[in-house]
Design a protein around this ligand. Structure first.
Ligand SMILES: *Cc1c(COP(=O)(O)O)cnc(C)c1O
Length: 383
């Protein structure tokens, strides 16, 4: 028998059977009343998830397409923007904004640490002409969650827009678009939202619309003004990924059946168990507790062992896939996702597999130490 596979990377993530089944529904026309009803229904659910009254656009593209839409619609050539870059995805904002002719002030944040909101306040005071601040809710490359609430409070006092990449976090980590003053929140389907890749989802505030209406960047597929016209009729400008819309409706139902508060608490519990286990194995975590992501945990490989060797043993011998490090973290860290369709026993599989892989590679791990630590967190017993 081919080994059963455990996909534990931060996207694409496993898709729940109910969502897979929903997506087998017969095709419907995207200009039909059935589609309009579906679209309207999904947007109402997304507004609850995003905690917003803003319009929400579902774009057929990957997460980066949604990021490009946010940039193309808000950044005119020559505009000054601030990017908060503490990892691969924060840097993507810098690259995108430069590509659209912005004068980019890139605030480099040490990888593995979160943004100090004070820095945002200082940069905005130094450069009152900053038009857009680009932030990342959950920096997937390092496993850090940023304090969007505090950043939002600061940006809201200025004319600048706050654009947030929530691609990996939304659906696993709480976000309050209206209360936290997020002008554009953009996310993707294949991470915490438990869907296959192919959708980007973004909300747009009234403050953002003023900028979008004046924006001079050339754009066609990602023109939100065109999208808004169709949205008024619950249509999309171009053919949407209909099956993914149907899947999204089903995955949102799963989130609301569980209850959003329970969903967020579950992810924090999975994080805490994973971190306790990693520590019990004597390994080093990449992030401090204070800004550790609830959906993905980054771990340094022990001295003398390549992170990619650990991943190889896990995959070949135990059927478990962890993600590796990106850029300068390549072969230095591995990342364990506990994102979306993930529960306690997924963490047990990940940790017990990791112990066995480390043993195979000659690292002196006490077999069961990590498993026990995770069990203790789940059972709420003293360690
Ligand atoms: C995955 C991810 C993206 C990119 O999404 P793609 O679907 O690969 O284009 C952007 N930002 C963050 C934080 C991500 O985790």
């Amino acid at each position: 028998m081919k080994d059963k596979h455990y996909l534990m990377i931060p996207g694409p993530t496993p898709v729940p059977p109910a969502v897979v089944a929903a997506m087998c529904a017969p095709m419907i026309g995207h200009r039909s009343e059935d589609f309009q009803a579906l679209h309207k229904n999904i947007v109402a659910k997304l507004q609850k998830l995003f905690q917003t009254r803003n319009e929400i656009f579902i774009l057929t593209c990957s997460g980066t397409g949604g990021m490009e839409s946010a940039v193309a619609n808000t950044v005119s050539p020559g505009d000054k923007v601030l990017t908060l870059a503490g990892g691969k995805f924060g840097e993507r904002w810098t690259e995108l904004a430069r590509q659209y002719g912005a004068e980019v002030i890139e605030e480099k944040i040490t990888w593995g640490t979160c943004v100090d909101p004070q820095v945002v306040e200082e940069r905005l005071a130094q450069h009152p002409d900053i038009k857009v601040v680009f932030a990342t809710q959950n920096e997937t490359s390092t496993g850090v969650v940023n304090d969007i609430e505090s950043i939002g409070r600061i940006v809201a006092k200025t004319p600048a827009l706050l654009v947030v990449d929530g691609v990996s976090g939304v659906g696993g980590i709480e976000i309050k678009v209206d209360e936290w003053h997020i002008d554009i929140l953009t996310t993707g389907s294949q991470k915490s939202l438990m869907l296959p890749p192919g959708l980007a989802i973004q909300s747009v505030s009234p403050k953002a619309w003023k900028v979008i209406e004046e924006n001079k960047s050339p754009r066609y597929y990602f023109d939100l003004l065109k999208a808004r016209k169709q949205y008024a009729k619950w249509n999309t400008a171009y053919t949407p990924a209909v099956s993914l819309f149907i899947g999204l409706n089903a995955s949102l139902d799963l989130l609301f059946e569980e209850g959003l508060d329970n969903v967020y608490a579950r992810h924090k519990l999975l994080r805490d168990a994973t971190r306790a286990a990693v520590r019990a194995m004597g390994l080093q975590l990449m992030t401090e507790d204070s800004c550790a992501s609830p959906v993905v945990t980054s771990v340094y490989a022990p001295e003398g062992i390549g992170a990619d060797d650990i991943r190889k043993v896990l995959r070949q011998e135990f059927g478990i896939t962890f993600a590796g490090g990106q850029a300068q973290l390549k072969n230095k860290i591995f990342r364990i996702a506990h994102m979306g369709y993930a529960g306690k026993m997924d963490v047990m599989v990940a940790i017990s597999g990791l112990e066995m892989a480390l043993h195979r590679l000659g690292y002196p791990v006490e077999l069961g130490a990590g498993v026990r630590a995770a069990q203790q967190v789940f059972l709420g017993v003293q360690q």
